[in-house]
Design a protein around this ligand. Structure first.
Ligand code: AFP
Length: 333
């Protein structure tokens, strides 16, 4: 494959396809540069004194890691001066952050999870950054929480970085899903997956099995059949993976297929994952790669958000497998 940089890809999307505006191109490049800085901070680990708790909680009431706060600050500082954003929102900030008056405002809204999987950071397991880009509603000068409450189908771009053995950026601007790998020597994002396509079938599922007693009947039916394997109705054996970093699980599914599940259950009555900055961006990326993403009864990107930090059930990945789970939900009504 010829070495295509992220910048070159975005310029081509702007020039050839008219899909990406100059402002959106700048936004994505700024976020990608921030992900390089976050990757660099993470790779130093204990040597940089960035591990462990920050001594504060986020709006979810979850103890923040030092790197949660560092990653959030990196993204805020990277994005506030460029003139491409009207506001930004984050898992780590209770309310949206307006662009300071000393900077021009742009037409986009950025909403992100600066460090997904942070409970894994202290044990050196892959973590990542997830982001979603929306247009600021017409005529809204000071975007508040309401401006962000748009269905996932309104996203103009979505992406995530996974800080693993390699640092990888997965991106969609609505024209397929593309993968870039960080060339640390050059400091460049180089395209390594031109058009990611998720296999429509799979033999691998990802779910936190410790929640089994809380599952609803459709999920229990589906997982029981996977575990029954070749002796059961599926007629084939399944494997299980659970990294507990959504970015790592989703990247594996983009690479070789699978189904990721964090469904609504008796303990997580609204789901565990957040709609605006985890479920929606991942749903956009997965659908653009030929997969499917539902909350059980409904396509995730059709859900009308009511709260900035609202949670959502998530079942996403190989199209045929997700559709089977969806059928089990409709049959259980
Ligand atoms: P943290 O960011 O608190 O580690 O949560 C990660 C996450 O939001 C998502 O990345 C994982 O898929 C999921 O939660 C793991 O949840 P469990 O810890 O309940 O398995």
């Amino acid at each position: 494959m010829r070495r295509v940089s992220l910048t070159q890809y975005l310029v081509e999307q702007q020039r050839k396809q008219g899909i990406v505006s100059a402002e959106l191109r700048l936004l994505i490049e700024v976020v990608a540069r921030a992900c390089k800085s976050i990757s660099n901070a993470i790779s130093k680990g204990a040597l940089a004194g960035v591990l462990g708790g920050a001594g504060s909680d986020n709006i979810q009431g979850e103890a923040q890691k030092k790197l949660d706060v560092i990653a959030n600050d990196v993204l805020v500082e990277a994005n506030e001066w460029g003139g491409h954003l009207a506001a930004m929102a984050s898992e780590e900030m209770d309310l949206p952050l307006s662009i300071p008056n000393r900077y021009p405002k742009g037409e986009y809204l950025l909403v992100y999870d600066p460090l997904d999987g942070s409970s894994n950071i202290d044990v050196n397991v892959s973590v990542g950054t997830i982001f979603s880009v929306l247009r600021c509603p017409e005529g809204v000068v000071e975007p508040d929480e309401k401006a962000f409450l748009q269905a996932g189908s309104k996203q103009v771009a979505a992406g995530f970085a996974v800080y693993g053995p390699a640092t990888i950026l997965v991106l969609t601007v609505g024209n397929g899903t593309v993968g870039f790998t960080l060339d640390r020597e050059m400091g460049s994002w180089i395209m390594t997956e031109e058009k990611i396509e998720i296999p429509v079938d799979t033999k691998e599922f990802a779910i936190n099995m410790s929640n089994a007693r809380n599952w609803t009947p459709p999920i229990k039916r589906y997982i029981d059949e996977c575990i029954a394997g070749s002796t059961g109705p599926r007629g084939k054996d399944f494997n299980m993976r659970w990294v507990a970093s959504m970015v790592a699980d989703v990247y594996r599914i983009l690479s070789r297929g699978g189904v990721f599940m964090y469904p609504v259950d008796a303990k997580h009555t609204g789901g565990r994952l957040r709609l605006l900055y985890e479920a929606n961006p991942m749903a956009f990326i997965v659908e653009q790669a030929g997969g499917a993403a539902i909350n059980g009864p409904q396509r995730i990107m059709d859900v009308q958000p009511e709260k900035l930090h609202q949670r959502q059930g998530v079942i996403l990945g190989s199209k045929n497998e997700v559709e089977l789970v969806g059928r089990y939900y409709s049959e259980s009504k």
